[in-house]
Design a protein around this ligand. Structure first.
Ligand code: ACO
Length: 377
């Protein structure tokens, strides 16, 4: 039999070259668009972060103003998207399903410009509007029109809640969106690149990426991670609860990563951003519980999966920060999408310069089956 070249999960396979981000899984370092994560995440506006990924450099003030204003003008949803969201709204609706459905309508409006750049701006600008509208409809509230005077992150909070957020909350969310904007060839980004590589449109690429992000092994982990912390409730119970989960063969959400074999560098950035919200509203008990649960989880993962180096990933601290910012669990993964869409689109632009992605498969079935008439089966 011929030797197999199959690599399950494409682990270690290099399937793209990119200038968007570098993930060093052994050093625990993340570089986004040439900047170390901790250099840029809590300083750039989300619009600036997107600009530098899409256009390869930080914008000058006039460029940023024009980019920000153009995006703000593209936030409102087409009536068909709003109608769809109203039709599918119910109290248990998964907001990732709502996002997938409504994002597919973008760019279908009469007169919509179909250039890659216009569609990219439309998708980026309207993603938070979709999530906020779906969230409000799910709760029996009317969607709110975007406020063009607010920045991307602040307007998202406004559309969710109906009140302009404090500068500190907008900044906290912006730091989160910047932190998750891009991360090498993760599953959803790869999905977007595969679709863009066929010369298909950017809406299709983003809809595919939303589907990939939804899964609990990728972007769906922070809700279950927070549930796990609440289930534990107090530090003294962490060992008992986590041991029971591991004995039952369950995975601990928010731990383990294909690339990082040390602590995910995004965890520190998010923990730092989260701390001030917990200090401000006095719920340091939850903050400290999360830190304690992390220690116990890492110790038990080494005990149950020795040598696997299962460390904290971004989702564990995403849960802490988004909860601290006042987000409810159903909004966690869609808010990840609000951040990551800038990176998906950056990769789509980059993929346009490359070839169709078309790997091979290894056939493992039979080859000489005889045809059997239906009456004889
Ligand atoms: N808890 C318990 N065991 C784990 C965990 C975990 N969180 N993660 C991996 N393992 C174990 C697996 O059971 C497996 O053990 P085995 O060889 O004895 O069967 C071993 O470690 C290797 O696991 P794989 O699934 O092969 O690792 P892979 O690199 O394919 O998966 C993944 C990475 C999906 C992130 C995994 O670690 C996981 O499921 N984590 C929990 C979900 C999660 O937090 N997802 C968010 C990831 S970050 C992001 O996508 C933004």
């Amino acid at each position: 039999m011929a030797q197999s070249n199959y690599v399950p999960g494409l682990e270690g396979v290099v399937a793209a070259q990119t200038r968007m981000s570098k993930v060093d899984g052994l050093a625990g370092e993340l570089v986004i668009g040439g900047f170390k994560l901790e250099t840029i995440a809590d300083k750039a506006s989300y619009e600036e972060m997107v600009y530098q990924l899409w256009y390869g450099r930080l914008p000058k003030q006039a460029e940023l103003d024009a980019f920000t204003a153009e995006l703000a003008g593209l936030r409102a949803l087409p009536p068909a998207a709003l109608d769809l969201l109203r039709t599918i709204a119910h109290k248990d609706l998964d907001l990732m399903d709502a996002l997938r459905v409504a994002a597919g309508v973008l760019g279908t409006e009469d007169g919509a410009q179909q250039s890659d750049e216009w569609l990219a701006k439309r998708l980026l600008a309207a993603t938070p509007t979709i999530v906020a509208a779906a969230w409000r409809l799910r709760n029996g509230q009317d969607p709110l029109a975007p406020d063009a005077k607010l920045g991307h992150a602040a307007n998202y909070l406004y559309m969710l809640e109906g009140e302009p957020p404090s500068a500190a909350r907008a900044r906290g969310l912006e730091t989160y969106l910047n932190t998750v904007i891009d991360h090498g060839l993760n599953a959803s980004t790869f999905t977007a690149r595969v679709i863009a590589s066929t010369a298909s449109d950017f809406v299709s690429a983003v809809v595919g990426a939303i589907g990939a992000l939804k899964g609990p092994l990728h972007g769906g982990a922070p809700g279950p991670a927070l549930d796990m912390v609440f289930e534990i409730g107090e530090a003294g119970r962490a060992e008992e609860v986590l041991r029971k989960k591991l004995e039952a063969g369950e995975r601990l959400m928010g731990f383990g990563h294909r690339v990082y074999k040390v602590r995910d560098p995004r965890a520190d950035v998010l923990a730092k951003a989260a701390r001030e919200f917990y200090e401000a509203d006095g719920d340091m008990a939850l903050y400290n519980l999360v830190l304690d649960v992390e220690q116990v989880a890492i110790r038990l993962l080494e005990e149950y999966k020795p040598g696997r180096n299962l460390q904290t990933n971004v989702e564990f601290y995403t849960a802490l920060l988004l909860h601290g910012l006042g987000f409810e669990v159903p909004c966690f993964t869609p808010t990840f999408a609000v951040g990551r869409v800038g990176g998906w689109l950056a990769h789509c632009f980059e993929q346009r310069e490359s070839r169709i992605i078309r790997p091979q498969s290894e056939y493992t079935g039979e080859e000489d089956k005889p045809w059997v008439e239906i009456s004889a089966r």
